[in-house]
Write a protein that binds this ligand. Structure first.
Ligand SMILES: O=P(O)(O)OC[C@H]1O[C@@H](O)[C@H](O)[C@@H]1O
Length: 250
């Protein structure tokens, strides 16, 4: 959102107090019931990352979808904190904290949180990099919980592909379209880092895989991927060795 849009939105909020981003309950940013939907962590296998699994806070449908879209595409920046908290809780539930604490110091010096990149057109439309506040909050949380040095690096760029993932028929097609479009920024080094990738939604998994592959080529160890929401598993498979198996995280 640009500054004019932000000012207008503040005025509108003053005149018409907001409702919950998920269900419209009055005077809530994200009500307790809707927050709870972002607290249903799942794990899916992925041998490209050190933990062998990636994780999501909730399932991308209904209320979760509505709240994510309000935040991501309709400028509801007040959700930043609620979603950042959900990702931090996911980091804890998934074992990321223990993993980082145990591995840190063995061979990798710096722990880095990297937000998945949006295309330049999306960044312009939104007026910001919407994953950045989440990444920053997670880095602070990991610092506190692990005692390790944890930084945020805006390491990836996505030169953009035409159309949205929902307009493609599946992971293979999406993956093909993304080829060569995600890269590590020339000014950023990821050598000898332990990376945690954060993204809002995982649909086919093509973006996540492309980001992980690109960072690994640049010398990073990618610990895992943490996402706010995922589409149902089992319907999208990139290849026989990359089939997703969805399990509930206790
Ligand atoms: O690549 P897949 O998983 O299909 O789609 C998810 C990506 O598409 C974007 O809108 C999301 O922000 C995410 O980065």
């Amino acid at each position: 959102m640009n500054s004019m849009a932000r000012a207008c939105s503040m005025v509108v909020n003053l005149l018409f107090p907001r409702g919950c981003a998920g269900c419209d309950k009055p005077d809530e940013v994200l009500c307790e019931a809707c927050r709870a939907l972002f607290s249903q962590p799942t794990a899916q296998s992925f041998d490209g990352v050190a933990m062998q699994r990636w994780f999501a806070c909730g399932w991308y449908h209904g209320t979760v979808r509505r709240a994510v879209l309000a935040w991501k595409d309709h400028g509801d920046e007040e959700c930043d904190r609620a979603f950042a908290d959900a990702i931090c809780a996911l980091a804890k539930a998934s074992g990321v904290i223990d993993f980082v604490r145990d591995r840190h110091g063995s061979c990798h010096d710096v722990v880095v949180v990297v937000p998945a990149p949006s295309s330049p057109a999306s960044i312009r439309r939104r007026g910001r990099k919407h994953m950045m506040p989440i990444a920053k909050h997670l880095a602070g949380f990991l610092r506190e919980e692990t005692g390790c040095e944890v930084t945020v690096r805006d390491a990836l760029e996505n030169r953009g592909v035409k159309g949205k993932s929902v307009q493609t028929s599946g992971a293979a097609q999406r993956s093909q379209r993304l080829k060569g479009h995600v890269s590590v920024c020339p000014s950023v080094s990821l050598r000898n880092t332990m990376v945690i990738l954060v993204d809002d939604i995982v649909t086919t998994g093509a973006t996540m895989r492309s980001c992980v592959e690109t960072m690994r080529k640049e010398g990073a160890t990618v610990v895992t991927v943490l996402a706010l929401a995922h589409t149902p598993a089992g319907t999208q498979k990139v290849g026989p060795t990359q089939a997703w198996s969805r399990t509930q995280v206790q």
